[in-house]
Design a protein around this ligand. Sequence first.
Ligand SMILES: NC(=O)c1ccc[n+]([C@@H]2O[C@H](COP(=O)([O-])OP(=O)(O)OC[C@H]3O[C@@H](n4cnc5c(N)ncnc54)[C@H](OP(=O)(O)O)[C@@H]3O)[C@@H](O)[C@H]2O)c1
Length: 182
Amino acid sequence: MHPQFSVYIATSLDGFIARTDGNIGWLYNFDDMSDPNEDYGYAAFTAQIDCMVMGRGSFDTVQAFDDWPYEGKRVIILSNSLKKAPSGYEDKIEICTGSPAELAQQLYKKGLRHIYLDGGKVIQSFLSAGLVDDMIITQLPILIGAGLPLFGDVADDITLKLDWSRTYKNGFVQSRYEVTKH
Ligand SMILES: NC(=O)c1ccc[n+]([C@@H]2O[C@H](COP(=O)([O-])OP(=O)(O)OC[C@H]3O[C@@H](n4cnc5c(N)ncnc54)[C@H](OP(=O)(O)O)[C@@H]3O)[C@@H](O)[C@H]2O)c1
């Protein structure tokens, strides 16, 4: 038994989640981004999840933010290099390590049933292990040419079923996929 693993992430049209140096400023440079009534389904998505599990690479970016964006949410950082939470984050994060299959068991034993999986390398490793159940991907109308990819090599084809797709006035195209075969 393992938790449901769901992805909610934004990419450039050419498939990158960040520039090569990790910069994500381009994600926020679109019309309507300041509309407080439009959250691109984020609140509805996060209302369903028990916990966020993100890679250390993504955590590095979040540490540079002025405010902790996950107040009130349980957050687990996957890292082999971080041995304890950095100063100021002791009550905000837990650190876990292991293969995706081991982590899935660990998380299930912690009572977690629905996980928000975040970070490109983390998503790729869980996809390869056949553990990702569904993905909401928002494609932004921009080509950035190079960067950190959402997807990578796969040993075998992974087939997806499109659940729904919707467009926003500013050109965002958001689609929900279920992973049907690994
Ligand atoms: N566009 C978006 O919506 C979006 C969303 C999220 C993140 N981002 C951006 O994406 C970038 C980070 O993505 P990324 O692909 O470079 O990295 P990532 O997936 O966030 O983190 C990768 C790191 O996580 C650790 N890790 C991964 N799997 C592990 C496992 N099974 N056990 C233990 N540790 C594990 C390793 O760190 P150690 O070296 O510490 O072991 C690995 O180097 C950042 O720039 C972030 O801002 C963008």
